[in-house]
Design a binder for this molecule. Structure first.
Ligand code: ADP
Ligand code: MN
Length: 344
């Protein structure tokens, strides 16, 4: 596909996820179960629209905006990312599905992609961590071999002991990253970023996992106050997310929390260090009619937390909350309580 490039700012996962030229969208190789999850969550949110909930943040506020399915081979309008229409009906969104025009390509395997909001859009220097939730890492569809392997991964990592595991990070090198083991990270070609790989996360223990988060936040371009702001914001987001999960009926296996923060201090300056706990900006474009249209459209957050990766997740109405995931969130709350303790 031309006009698309491999997504560069990634903390973990497989290759093959693309982004457009402007980096507003991502295109993730389609998995039917993941597509179904996005559709179900969306439908649920439409159904709940007039039910004024008890103040909880709804699940869909944590997940990337889902725009549809893209079939490779179809010519995507060049300006797609500029004037993407966010249709607000559950089914209508899937109306963005693009069908293959060129029927000559019968023998090329059809490649389909989920089209999602790029969560790192607008960040000048995104610093990303991917945290896989859950003790249980396999679902019923796993082969026996895969099941055994994933049981072993769980038993030997913080997945088993804490219910979450750091999958990876892509961050600017900082004063703490020089202490990382040689086989746990790779300096990126730009010389500025480092990629912390899955072996790092797999070898963390309950006693050093707080340190790992300290490394994530130890950005040399941000002063102590700003780092403190980030730790506080993510702690508050986790508290809100905890309530969301308690009130959501889903079963998530191998889904991740993705944290992103801005490592470019000029963006902090220009926003007076102000950041929103939850950012629904991508959706809010439509509702913005009454606000000054001269204003810069970019209300890019300085940091955000999102829930991603639903290839093994499903909406399970009537099943109560997800016990497998809630424990990991509790452990993360404990970690962030420690990170937020005043230093002596
Ligand atoms: P996989 O199924 O290969 O594990 P994920 O959905 O977990 O794929 O994505 C892998 C990585 O890609 C994540 O760690 C994250 O850094 C990046 N990523 C995924 N979804 C988004 C998104 N919507 N916006 C920005 N980055 C994303
Ligand atoms: Mn993943």
């Amino acid at each position: 596909m031309s006009g698309y490039k491999e997504l560069e700012h990634k903390a973990a996962g497989h290759d093959g996820t693309l982004t457009d030229e402007d980096g507003l969208l991502i295109f993730k190789p389609l998995n039917e179960q993941e597509l179904q999850f996005y559709k179900d969550v969306q439908q649920q949110s439409v159904a709940n629209q007039d039910k004024e909930e008890d103040g909880d943040v709804p699940l869909e506020s944590w997940i990337p905006v889902f725009l549809g399915v893209l079939d490779e081979g179809h010519n995507v309008p060049k300006n797609l990312s500029k004037d993407v229409q966010i249709v607000d009906g559950g089914e209508d969104l899937v109306g963005l599905v693009m069908h293959k025009e060129d029927q000559n390509e019968v023998d090329t395997r059809e490649k389909r992609f989920l089209v999602l909001q790029n969560l790192t859009a607008g960040f000048k220097k995104p610093n990303i961590i991917d945290i896989k939730l859950g003790k249980l890492l396999h679902d019923d569809n796993a082969t026996e071999v895969k099941k055994q392997r994933l049981l072993e991964v769980s038993q030997t990592t913080t997945s088993g002991s804490l219910g979450f595991r750091i999958c990876g990070m892509r961050i600017q090198a900082n004063e703490r990253t020089s202490n990382l083991g040689i086989d746990h990270h790779e300096l990126q070609p730009d010389g500025e970023y480092i990629f912390i790989n899955k072996m790092f996360g797999r070898t963390r223990t309950p006693s050093d996992v707080v340190d790992a988060f300290e490394t994530y936040f130890a950005n040399s371009s941000l002063n102590i106050e700003r780092r403190g702001t980030l730790k506080k914001l993510f702690f508050q987001r986790l508290q809100l997310f905890y309530n969301t999960i308690l009130n959501s009926e889903v079963r998530m296996i191998s889904s991740s929390l993705l944290f992103v923060y801005e490592g470019d201090s000029s963006r902090w300056d220009s926003q007076n260090d102000e950041d929103a706990l939850i950012s629904d900006d991508f959706i809010d474009y439509e509702d913005d009619e009454d606000s000054d249209s001269d204003e810069l459209p970019s209300k890019t957050p300085l940091s955000l937390m999102a829930l991603i990766d639903f290839a093994h997740s499903k909406v399970t109405k009537g099943a109560g909350y997800d016990e497998n995931v809630i424990e990991g969130v509790e452990s993360l709350l404990n970690v962030f309580a420690k990170l937020n303790e005043p230093s002596i």
